[in-house]
Each structure stands twice: as C-alpha cells, then as structure tokens.
Write a protein that binds this ligand. Structure first.
Ligand code: 13P
Ligand code: SF4
Length: 359
C-alpha cells in the first residue's frame, strides 16, 4: 500500500483509446467495490467515467452514503478527498489520482497561521468569535474550527451556516476565502463597514472603524481562478450584448457578484442555466471545464465564459486519463495515492463537518 506514488512513464505513452478501454475494464471488474465521484470542474475525459458528479456539498454528502464501496477514487482536489476520507469508514480507501491536485485557495491558510490569528483575535475580542471554514481548507483547519465550536460551509449552504454562526456568537472568523465570506455576510445584512480582514502574512487585522463594530473577520485568501473575473468584463458585456444574463460563482469578488445578475455554487449555476428558456444567452463566471461542458450539452442555449481568456483551474486539471487509469489499476495490486487523515484530526474535523451536514 503506497500513500504517495509517481505515475510510471508508460501511462503517458498509451493512446486515449487504450486508456479508455482499460478504465472501462477495471470499472466492470470492480463493480460496486469501486465508487468514482467527480467534481463539476473535472475534465470531460474524467467525467465520462464518473459514477456521480456534484458540487462540494453534494460530494461530501455522497461520501457519507458510500457504505458499499471499498475504493473511492476521488476525482477532484485534495481537500475534497480528505473530506471523503473523514466521512467514510476506516476500511474504505480514498484515492486521489494525482497528489498534486491541490487548491491554491486552501494553501492560503495553514494551521500555524490559524493558531496565531486565533490568539491575536481572541486577545482583542475575547471568546465572542465563532470560527467558520469553507470546505476548501485543510483537514487540520477543519479540526481547529470543530474544536472551537464552529462549522464548515460550502458555497451552496454558506448562507444557512453563516446565519447560524452570527446568531451563535457576536462575530465570526471566516476562513480562507474572503470573497465567499464577504458576499455571504453582505447578503445576510452585515454592512461592509462591519467586516475586517485578517492578513495572515502580516499577522494583523485590517480595519478602520471602531473595533467593537466588527461582526465578520475575513481571512485574506481567494481563489486564483475566480479572481480573473472583473467588473470591466461585465460592463463590456452590458454594453455590447445587453440581453446576456451574467451568472457567477460567489468566490468572485464582491464587485463582480454585485454587478452580475445572479451568483451561486456550481450546482446552482447548472440548475439556473438548465431551467432557462431555449435561446437564453448566458455569460458564466466560473471554471472553464464546467462552462465548456454546459455549452456543449445545451446547444439550445447560448453559453460562454464571462472572461473569454479564462484559464482553467490548473490543480483540478491535474486529474487526467493517465492518472485515473494508473490509480485504478493500482487498486488490485498496491493502491497508490491514498488519502488518510489521522484519527485526532478526523475526530474534530468531523464535528465541524457534521454541524454543517446536519443543517
Ligand atoms: P462548489 O462546488 O461548492 O461550487 O465549489 C467550487 C470550488 O471552487 C471547488 O473547489
Ligand atoms: Fe481551489 Fe479555485 Fe481551483 Fe476551486 S477553482 S479548486 S477554489 S483554486
């Protein structure tokens, strides 16, 4: 059993057809012993083999229900596979086909920085803070949040969880995505003037008003994919193509979300687009693989990206046919790339996840 491996070079020499045939064969051989979930941002070449696709919340819920599968080959990024490992039994193996599939946003908060921030913030605000972390964070941060009475959120339940946290405490610390935190708190009626930003690199709170007025402390992190959408793109569209509806993910900046027609999680975006009348024109502010798939599967609609020069999420795209095949073929001999979170971390992180899943 290997926790971490390097893909043998021979996989890169196979043709697409050979890889697809071998993946089909191993899926048929393993049957219900194998479950293969894929996030909406995965490449088509991977999604075609998925047993289920979903957003972060749907995939977390699915992981909880996967009682039968011995192997869960998770086509997404590292924090999602960690979550799946924590929500499944110890005798189930969770595999990430390429260990380099991380998340640049999750990398913007580590546990040491979180502990330093907490010490500083509780010195200032006492025990009035409820910590909340976006699931796009390490298991160690989820555990920290669980231990301190907080919960995880995803982009599809952020409003419910943040509302709960604002009622449970005087203020919240929202990690690691300042944009999702700001967009959500604002929707719930918290004015921008009541939001401060914690800068983990300078180890200081950025806020200009009376400190007692702070209700939301936003960790200074962001998604490098969603930050590529801007208000100038929206203004250009409004001028040149005013009928096109603009829908964006809430990891986009506050200004972009305010200027768009709608904002929501990947599933929300899919649902809204699929419910629209034939001929509807959409500009979508989220990862390219999803936008391209929506455009290809809905020729009756006119769908394109809000940013025509958009880059894909490089880490999501690490999962490709060669890595998927390699991970699958290792299952029957010596499984590679096993994601295993230690018991202590799992205990506390699961508490934060369960507080979210119970709502
Ligand atoms: P959702 O799947 O919750 O919409 O999140 C998007 C994302 O960035 C996953 O990394
Ligand atoms: Fe992370 Fe952004 Fe990629 Fe999602 S899209 S995995 S938040 S870098």
């Amino acid at each position: 059993m290997q926790l971490l491996g390097t893909m043998p070079a021979l996989y890169a020499d196979l043709t697409v057809e050979q890889m697809e045939q071998r993946i089909e064969a191993i899926k048929a051989r393993l049957g219900s012993r194998l479950f293969l979930p894929a996030h909406h941002y995965q490449k088509d070449e991977v999604v075609q083999f998925a047993d289920a696709t979903g957003d972060s919340l749907q995939l977390a819920r699915l992981a909880e229900q996967m009682n039968e599968a011995e192997f869960i080959v998770f086509c997404g990024v590292h924090f999602m596979a960690e979550t799946a490992d924590m929500l499944t039994r110890d005798d189930q193996l969770v595999i990430l086909p390429d260990m380099r599939a991380g998340c640049s946003m999750a990398d913007m908060a580590d546990i040491d920085q979180t502990e330093i921030a907490w010490e500083e913030l509780t010195d200032t605000f006492g025990d009035s803070i409820v910590p909340i972390t976006y699931v796009n964070s390490t298991a160690a941060i989820k555990a920290f949040v669980g231990k301190h009475g907080g919960a995880t959120v995803t982009s599809s339940n952020a409003h419910d969880i943040v509302r709960w946290a604002l009622e449970a405490g005087e203020r919240i610390l929202f990690l690691p995505d300042q944009h999702l935190g700001r967009n959500t708190a604002y929707d719930l009626g918290v004015p921008l003037e009541a939001m401060a930003v914690w800068d983990p690199l300078r180890e200081r709170l950025v806020y200009e008003g009376d400190i007692e007025d702070v209700r939301v402390i936003l960790w200074k992190g962001h998604c490098s994919v969603h930050e590529k959408f801007n208000v100038a793109q929206i203004e250009a569209l409004r001028k040149n193509d005013p009928e096109r509806r603009i829908i964006v993910h809430p990891e986009c900046t506050f200004d972009v979300v305010q200027a768009a027609d709608e904002a929501g999680s990947t599933s929300y975006i899919i649902d809204q687009i699929e419910a629209s009348a034939p001929g509807t024109k959409w500009a979508v502010g989220t990862e390219m693989n999803l936008v391209n798939r929506l455009a290809a599967t809905h020729p009756e609609l006119d769908i394109n990206s809000l940013n025509p020069y958009m880059c894909p999420c490089l880490t999501m795209n690490r999962i490709d046919l060669p890595h998927l095949l390699w991970a699958l073929e290792s299952l029957e001999t010596d499984p590679v790339n096993i994601i295993r979170v230690d018991q202590e971390t799992t205990k506390w992180a699961t508490l934060a996840l369960e507080r979210m899943l119970a709502r």
